[in-house]
Write a protein of this length. Structure first.
Length: 67
């Protein structure tokens, strides 16, 4: 049972994000629940994208209801 719960949790996490491939193989990841944008790094990490004023960047695709 524990393995099934773990597998479902992993699937839910993956399903919660939309991934777009951008230049140089760095993925742009958008949280489907919040619209926040993240950029994948070459080492496999992620960093949140920020607006010029320091607030988290919310995807225009998300704001337009297309995600």
């Amino acid at each position: 049972m524990k393995k099934q719960v773990h597998q479902q949790h992993a699937k839910d996490l993956v399903d919660g994000f939309e991934v777009f491939d951008v230049s140089a193989g760095f993925p742009l990841v958008i949280d489907k629940e919040t619209g926040l944008e993240y950029l994948g790094t070459s080492k496999g990490g992620f960093t949140a994208l920020l607006n010029p004023d320091g607030t988290p960047k919310i995807s225009q695709v998300y704001q337009d209801g297309l995600l």
